[in-house]
Design a protein around this ligand. Structure first.
Ligand code: GLY
Length: 332
């Protein structure tokens, strides 16, 4: 079975072999970008390269980026797939390749390297992006009924922060089977149930959005992709939730052992929240964020409070969260 560590390595090797500069993750605290409290995507460290405001030392790159988002905070632990901290596998083009190659790379990595069965992959595209439709249908051979057209909420991405590159996108989903589904005859990508899991978003950067929200063409088009490592691992390891993948499972097992709780029902939910929030806080604090009563620090404080609330439900009434740090460091 491919472990989380193997997946990081395989993504990096594949894109290195296809001519991409491998760039280390940047900090969760963005440098020189006051409009963002945290690094929310792989493209954040490349914003100036997309905007065309710096000289380019390379025109294609790939990374495994530490990311932090709180838009799904209340779902964390309750669903099987939402995180505040996650790792994003991404490949990027700055005026180099565009839609065709981005689609071909994503398809080859999914089917030839990861070996997802091609008949289980579904695609979403922006509602009137006929060019993306023709590429998926004509070049890759996806049946038309497996290419779903979705609106702006799903298939227009960016900018990160209050201005920057953005564009239409296309997503890859894996059909996990009807046993994960809601049973509706209309169930397909875009449905809220757990059957079709989106694992990769390809953004076709074409516009620059300014702080007033106006779009203008980018000086050069580009590609920005994001694949959640936790979701990819869930699919590759064929487990029910991100908390059952090899790295997060070990943290959950540590908590259960320490607290003498069984990983089931509401207890499992509380443990998941401690795993996820403990990991998010560890990474954020090691990158220089610090709990406080404003801005970035207040986000951390809210996460600590939420973790403590659920910790109490499994009988924790004394400082505990810090105990996760050492096992987490050795696991990751
Ligand atoms: N920038 C692509 C993503 O966040 O999925």
């Amino acid at each position: 079975m491919l472990k989380v560590r193997d997946l990081r390595d395989s993504f990096i090797s594949y894109f290195r072999d296809s001519g991409h500069q491998i760039v280390p993750s940047s900090s969760l605290v963005p440098k020189d970008d006051p409009t963002l409290l945290f690094t929310t995507a792989g493209m954040v460290q490349f914003k100036p390269m997309f905007a065309g405001t710096v000289d380019l030392a390379y025109t294609r790159a790939a990374s495994v980026q530490k990311c932090f988002r709180t838009s799904d905070l209340e779902n964390v632990g309750k669903t099987k797939r939402h995180c505040t901290f996650f790792e994003m596998l991404g490949n990027f083009s700055f005026g180099d390749y565009f839609k065709k190659e981005a689609i071909e790379f994503a398809w080859e990595y999914s089917t030839a390297i990861i070996k997802f069965p091609r008949e289980r992959i579904w695609i979403s595209i922006y509602e009137d992006d006929d060019e993306a439709f023709d590429l998926w249908r004509g070049r890759i051979g996806i049946p038309a009924e497996k290419i779903v057209r979705l609106g702006k909420a799903d298939n227009f991405w960016g900018p990160a922060g209050d201005s920057g590159a953005c564009g239409l996108c296309s997503e890859l989903y894996l059909d996990r089977g009807p046993e994960f589904g809601c049973g509706s005859p209309d169930c397909k990508p875009g449905c809220d149930c757990e059957r079709f899991l989106e694992y990769w978003k390809l953004v076709f950067n074409q516009y620059y959005q300014d702080t007033a929200g106006a779009l203008s063409p980018l000086p050069r088009t580009g590609i920005d992709t994001g694949m959640g490592l936790e979701r990819l691992s869930t699919l590759v390891q064929n487990v029910d939730s991100i908390y059952e993948t090899d790295e997060l499972r070990q943290v959950a097992e540590f908590i259960c052992r320490e607290r003498g709780v069984k990983y089931e029902g509401v207890n499992a939910q509380c443990v998941n929240i401690l795993v996820e929030h403990g990991r998010a806080l560890t990474f954020a604090i090691s990158d220089g964020a610090y709990p406080s009563n404003e801005g970035r620090g207040y986000v951390l404080r809210r996460i600590i409070r939420r973790a403590l609330r659920y910790a109490r439900m499994i009988g924790v009434h004394e400082p505990f969260l810090h105990k996760i740090v050492d096992p987490l460091v050795s696991i990751m």
